[in-house]
Structure formats: structure tokens, C-alpha cells
Design a protein around this ligand. Sequence first.
Ligand SMILES: NC(=O)C1=CN([C@@H]2O[C@H](COP(=O)(O)OP(=O)(O)OC[C@H]3O[C@@H](n4cnc5c(N)ncnc54)[C@H](OP(=O)(O)O)[C@@H]3O)[C@@H](O)[C@H]2O)C=CC1
Ligand SMILES: N[C@@H](CC(=O)OP(=O)(O)O)C(=O)O
Length: 498
Amino acid sequence: MHSSSSGELETQRPVCRICWENTCEVNGSEEFLSPTPCSCRDERSNVHQACLERWILEARSQGRFDAGTICHACGDHYSHPALSLTVLSDEAVRDAKISTASGGGEGVDHREPLAIIGGTGYVGRSLALHLLGHPTFRLGAIVGSSATVGKPFSAVFEKKEEALAEHYGADLWKPMDFPTELMSARVCGVEDVIERGECRTALSFIAPEHGEIEDRLAAAGIKVFSISPHARFDPSNPLSVPEANPEVLKDAVDKAAGEGFEGDCHSLVKSPNCVTCGVVVALKALDAAFGVEDVSVTTFQSLSGRGDAKYPRDVVMGNVYPLHGTVERTGEYQHGELKRIMPDVKRVSVAAYRVPVQRGHLVDVRVRFRCETKPTARAVERALSSFDPLRDVPLPSKPRRVIYVKPLDEEETGPRIGTPRPKDDHEYEGGMSVCVGNVVCEDELYDVRFCLVVNNVVRGAWGAALLNAEYWHWLKGRKTAAPGEEPAAPSAAARIEC
Ligand SMILES: NC(=O)C1=CN([C@@H]2O[C@H](COP(=O)(O)OP(=O)(O)OC[C@H]3O[C@@H](n4cnc5c(N)ncnc54)[C@H](OP(=O)(O)O)[C@@H]3O)[C@@H](O)[C@H]2O)C=CC1
Ligand SMILES: N[C@@H](CC(=O)OP(=O)(O)O)C(=O)O
């Protein structure tokens, strides 16, 4: 019980068992999960959903892979529908006996095997951890270059993680822990995947100069979902972010059905650049509500955006530098992709910078609207937070909230801290939600400006490819299960009157 300065006892308010506050320290909610997700009782039964999700992710990143399935306080198995993304069903975890292309393989696992191309890289390693608990896909093959083929995945994983942590230092870089569940996995080559024929779906995280690997897989009849810039601007390859342009994959599946699905593998399903993946959902939400005319984007991109390639420490530490004119074409990609996904936007201006942050890209977005009467900041926030165009489509990796709108941090004592911030705001819903804050409409040049944090490794990389794979399979399932019956058409958010 708290006591006030006058010595009077204040009425005790229930507190969350994780943050020890009534108001959630993650998102300001005062609601506790109800019903309680485990057998914890009395004062331990109260828990904010966002706090629990954050705790689960932290525990998992420290190698506790049963976090999210079992409550570490009472030992009970979690069951709560609202925890669908981060908390795995008991069944999914029990069944998660990983069989890899060259080892493991005990037990029956009915989930579809996925090949991860570029699986030994930064994005691939992060996905390998996540797939341990995925309800419909399992790790089928970890594919690397000739430098790593045949090696134990654990040795490659740990060596690369150690190298990054040593290079950037513990203050900046936190390595991922290797999961014991994958101890028997070995790295394999692309030819192994093609010859074995077990994996019919591949997620590709490969540099553009090795893009022919994707073409070889496609030619072998394997459906490839890729984040690589390779062939990303080829109009025959769908460029898809399911919440932003759901019609693109839907059209592709309709077309594939006409060709018999197995014959469709020639087209690669592409996700855009990591920044585009985040910015485009916010812009689509605003376009549906107010009509987007012009967009200016300035990015502050974290170091993990370049995977295992290490920037010289003395250049990046305590520094910021423009990416324009360097080998990194990130700004150029964002410009072209925004124009392709939102062809009605008139003018797009992009400037990209690299900053010494491990994970999470911060993006400053400025927009001019088409609507005559300009919206208030609150109306913009409402349009963003209510955006849910796939609400009727049940995909395991789809965030419950596509966009989290964050109010300013308000502390009773001490100054307000500007928000959102990459370090603190990149893990909503396991990194699949985009976080928006700092929404300002009093600007002399633009109708609104705001900041956005996108998790470049999850929402901007493997999560983007995985969501496309899930959506593709869902659309395909609907198509083959009930010919003639269309999946519920995802509709854009309702237009909000200005
Ligand atoms: N990091 C991020 O946040 C994002 C990255 N991307 C894009 O994703 C791709 C991968 O990114 P990231 O994981 O960060 O990169 P990394 O450099 O960390 O990983 C590269 C991967 O490619 C493999 N590889 C390299 N050469 C070959 C080859 N000749 N044949 C087969 N495999 C090969 C590497 O294998 P080996 O270990 O054997 O060398 C490794 O698995 C890039 O195109 C990047 O632009 C997109 C969005 C976000
Ligand atoms: N290059 C991006 C990551 C990415 O999205 O890759 P690409 O631009 O190759 O699609 C970054 O620096 O953060």
C-alpha cells in the first residue's frame, strides 16, 4: 500500500505482476488480461498484456524457449486467445521437433517445412529462432554459402553473433543466443534443397548479387518469398505487404490458380525494403482516411540493417552519416517502392541515414493530404491505430494491431522523453507492429509529421516474407478448398471525415 506525503494511506490499486504499476509501462493501458492466462492467483493474477508479451520476448531472446507457453511463476500452460502471436499453443510447441535437411528429424511434425535461404545471416538466424514455435511452418533447411555448407548451424550462428558483439561492444550490441532445440541442425546448400524436394516453400534473405539462387529455386518449382532486392522491380514479381496492398497477392493467387499452382513458381513474391515495409502501412492508413498527396521520408537506420556486414566501429560510434551516394541503395529502393505500392501519391522525397543503434529504424514522415479540411493530430492518430485491413484473415504472424500509436512518455517527476524510440519501441507484437508517435499537425509546410519505428529484422525482413507466405497459403487454401468462393476481401480502413 502506498502512503502519501501527508501520511494518509492511499487506496491500493491493483498492479501488474511484471511492471508493478497499475498503468502499463509499455503502452499506458490500465487493463489487465482477462481471464488471467495461467493459474497465478491473488495479487499475481494481474498482468498487462503488453508487459507479458515483452517479458516473453526478452526471456526467449535469452534462450528460454518455453517462455510464452509456460508461466514461469505457477508452471501452468498459458491459454489466452489474445496472446496468439507471441504465445504458442501447447500443441505447436510439443510438436516443434525440428527436423533439418541434415540432422534431427525425430518425431512427427505435421507443419510445412520451410527452407531459409541466407539462413546463416543475421535475418535468417533470427527467423530460425522464431520458427521453433510457428504453428504451421517449421524449419526445413538452413541454407548458407559454400563457406558454411556442412558446418553445424550452432557453430556458424555463435561465431557470427560473437563477432558482431565483439565488434560493436556490449554497450551497443546484444547477441542472440543459440537455441538448444537446433543443436543437430547443419547448414546445407541450395542444391540439397532442390534435390531433396522436401521444402516446397523457401524464404530468401540473400544479397542481390546472389539472386540467381532464387531463380534456380523457382525453376525447380519451389515457391520463393523473398526480401532481397534481386528482381524486386520486375513487374511480374508481386511486391507485397499484405496489410498495405492485399489485392496484389490475391490477384497473384487467382492467376496461379488458372495456371495450376505448381506451374506458378516462376514468379517470386517480394517484400520491399525494411523501411518501406513500415512506412507503407502508415501511409495506406492515412490515404484511406484523408488521401495522401505528397510524402517526405527521412530515415535513421540501425546497424543491423546491414546484417553481418560490420561498419568500421570508429565511423559509426557516436556518429550519423548519409547513405546517399554510398554502396547502399536503400533510399533509392524506398522511393521506387513507395511509388509502386502507392501510385496515386504525387511526390515522394527520401533521405536515408545510418545511426549507431542495434535494431529498429526510426523514420521521420511528413505528408500533405488531398482532403480540403485538414485533420487534427487526434484524427490522424485514430486513423493510424484503427487501421486493420486484414481483420478477417487469420494469419499467425499478423499483428493484432498493425500500428501502435504511442503517446508521449509522461513521468510525474522528471522531463518528458520524446517517443517513439528504436531501442524501446521495436518489439511490439514480437516486432510485427509498427510504432508511431510524435504526431504533429501544426507545421508550416506539411499537413502532418510523425515518427515511426519499424523493426527492420522482423516487420522489415523475415516477418514480411513470412506474412506473405502465410497469406499466400491462406489464399491458396481458400481457393482450392472451395472453388468459386473468394476469400473475404480485405477492405481498407473506412475514410474518416476531415
Ligand atoms: N538486416 C536487415 O534488417 C534487412 C536485410 N534485408 C536484406 O536481406 C538480405 C540478407 O540480409 P542479412 O541477413 O542482414 O545479411 P547477412 O550478410 O547477415 O547474411 C547473408 C546471407 O547470405 C548468405 N550468402 C552469401 N553469399 C552466398 C552465396 N553465394 N550462396 C548462398 N548464400 C550466400 C550468407 O551465407 P554464409 O553465412 O555462408 O556467408 C548469409 O546466410 C540482404 O539482401 C539485405 O539487403 C532486408 C531487410 C532488412
Ligand atoms: N539495407 C536496409 C535493409 C534492407 O531493407 O535491405 P535492402 O535495402 O537491400 O532491401 C538497411 O540498411 O537497413
